[in-house]
Design a protein around this ligand. Structure first.
Ligand SMILES: Nc1nc2c(c(=O)[nH]1)N(C=O)[C@@H](CNc1ccc(C(=O)N[C@@H](CCC(=O)O)C(=O)O)cc1)CN2
Ligand SMILES: Nc1nc2c(ncn2[C@@H]2O[C@H](COP(=O)(O)OP(=O)(O)OP(=O)(O)O)[C@@H](O)[C@H]2O)c(=O)[nH]1
Ligand SMILES: [Mg+2]
Length: 454
């Protein structure tokens, strides 16, 4: 698309069904753009008062009433998109929605919105920064309470506000350096300002480091924690997956080697999203398909937040799967004894090497206490302080900013221009984080803070 065509598309008035798939109790059709008033005059006869729910007949151009519903008009810029926009709250029937969308599509200058286009306009009009745009997407996708809370916090400016503070500090530092460069040939410039700048930049790096040290918890809350079920063939892995999922996801047979592919179910453990992964039973095999399944099982276990090692006779896990708990490369592993209903009295009383839990997927014995332990474990992975970094993109932007600041701080022998350039790069990384890279910001800070009269 040419730049000009792109600009014309930006001026289009767009519409879409914003609510779920009909039939439903209600259907909300959203409209945004410069022709919004015209649309309301055409379909309702007049533009209703802004921001006040109004009950109106929605009519086709020929005059036929399509539905009677509640309509809302938002006058830009006081709207979600920042443009004039409107909502038609209709009866959620298929024919009502189809007729309404057909009428809108026939009006000149109107077209169906593309995915995310209302929010794109909110971003373009400066109503939402990039982390807020991401948060809107996360809030709509949220399935658990922790995901919802985290998305809402980000929508309310969790990371953006901190990043904004950091950017201002960088701009201030650069403004001071700029002034020092301007007056470098004069004798009356105090050196103390420069020392203060680098002290604050060292502190800024530490502040970034602190947020980054939160690790990937925010990303895990968003994407789900991973628990992998491993063990020898026939241990009862798929039976446990089905029992915890509460439905028949995996095939269970008494044939060892039934499961080959990785199977995932999504659980909500105490408000945290968890992906439980069933895997192929581990054993020596020359069978190509099974060997690939075992390779995938081990790879998944290496990435998991927790591995459940299932074995009915209490065989320990092989050393190559998992080292001891002191092995820094691997996460925790729990040993779960299965088929507890078959345990003889002698076996029950014999001291097992190590058995963290004993369960029966068949009778359900021990499952409640396993779920409680899993829930506590996942909750324990989450620090009390809410995570500000909720996506890999955030982490990479913050790391880039920190690296640039650290280099500028450490490079005391370099010319001031070179060190200032490092701070500019750090500012760019933070600008990228919130979706705004604008040299005007730097100029504005310089001119407002220093009336040097040039
Ligand atoms: N009916 C309806 N519900 C909705 C939305 C919507 O678009 N329509 N939203 C869409 O995702 C979310 C809410 N987001 C919104 C954000 C800003 C404004 C708005 O009108 N802002 C004005 C006025 C603010 C005020 O009165 O305090 C502004 O910011 O100037 C509306 C909805 C969730 N619920
Ligand atoms: N009595 C009893 N039998 C069980 C229990 N759990 C699983 N089984 C049986 O053990 C056999 C194997 O169960 P699966 O869940 O398929 O075992 P798996 O570990 O997934 O096996 P593979 O996919 O081959 O690695 C089946 O016949 C199950 O019915 C249990 O708690 N009690
Ligand atoms: Mg299986």
């Amino acid at each position: 698309m040419s730049a000009r065509a792109g600009m014309e598309r930006d001026r289009d008035t767009i519409f879409a069904l914003a609510s779920g798939r009909p039939p439903a109790g209600l259907a909300v059709v959203r409209i945004s753009g410069p022709r919004t008033r015209l649309v309301l005059e055409t379909t309702l006869g007049a533009v209703p008062p802004a921001r006040r729910a109004a009950y109106r007949a929605i009519r086709a151009p020929g005059g036929e009433t399509i539905d009677r519903g509640v309509v809302l008009f938002f006058e830009g810029p006081a709207s979600y998109t920042g443009e004039d926009s409107a909502e038609l709250h209709l009866h959620g029937g298929r024919a009502v929605v189809a007729a309404t969308l057909a009428i809108l599509g026939d009006l000149p200058g109107l077209r169906p919105a593309t995915a995310g286009e209302f929010t794109r306009r909110a971003f373009d009009n400066g109503r939402l920064d990039l982390t807020a745009v991401e948060a809107v997407a996360d809030l709509v996708a949220a399935e658990t309470d922790a995901q919802r809370r985290q998305a809402l916090r980000q929508l309310d400016g969790g990371l953006a506000e901190v990043a904004g503070d950091w950017r201002r500090r960088l701009l201030h530092a650069r403004a001071l350096i700029e002034a020092e460069l301007d007056f470098a040939d004069e004798d009356d410039v105090p050196d103390s300002a420069a020392a203060a700048v680098w002290a604050d930049m060292a502190q800024l790096s530490a502040d970034l480091g602190k947020v980054l040290a939160g690790g990937r918890v925010g990303e895990r809350i968003r994407d789900g924690f991973e628990i992998a079920i491993l063990g020898p063939p026939n241990a009862g892995k798929s039976s446990l997956l089905n029992a915890l999922a509460g439905r028949d996801v995996a095939i269970v047979t008494d044939v060892p080697g039934t499961t080959r592919d990785l199977l995932e179910v999504h659980l909500d453990l105490g408000g945290f999203a968890v992906t439980l992964v069933d895997t192929a039973g581990l054993r020596e095999t020359t069978e190509t398909v099974e060997a690939e399944g075992i390779r995938r099982a081990k790879a998944r276990a290496a990435d998991a937040d927790l591995v459940l090692w299932l074995a009915d006779a209490g065989q320990p896990p092989p050393a190559d799967l998992h080292g001891s708990e002191t092995d820094a490369g691997s996460g925790p592993l729990w040993i779960i004894g299965t088929k507890r209903d078959l345990d003889s009295d002698s076996k029950r009383d014999s001291p097992a090497a190590r058995l963290d839990h004993r369960i029966s997927a068949q009778t359900g014995a021990g499952l409640d206490s396993l779920v409680a332990a899993l829930t506590a474990h996942v909750a324990g992975l989450v620090p009390a302080e809410p995570a500000l970094v909720t996506r890999a993109r955030h982490r990479l932007c913050l790391q880039a900013a920190k690296t640039a600041i650290d280099a500028a701080v450490a490079n005391g022998a370099a010319p001031l221009e070179v060190r200032a350039e490092g701070l500019r790069q750090a500012g760019e990384a933070l600008g990228e984080l919130i979706g705004r890279i604008d040299v005007e910001d730097v100029l504005g800070a310089i001119f407002s803070e220093f009336c040097v009269g040039k």
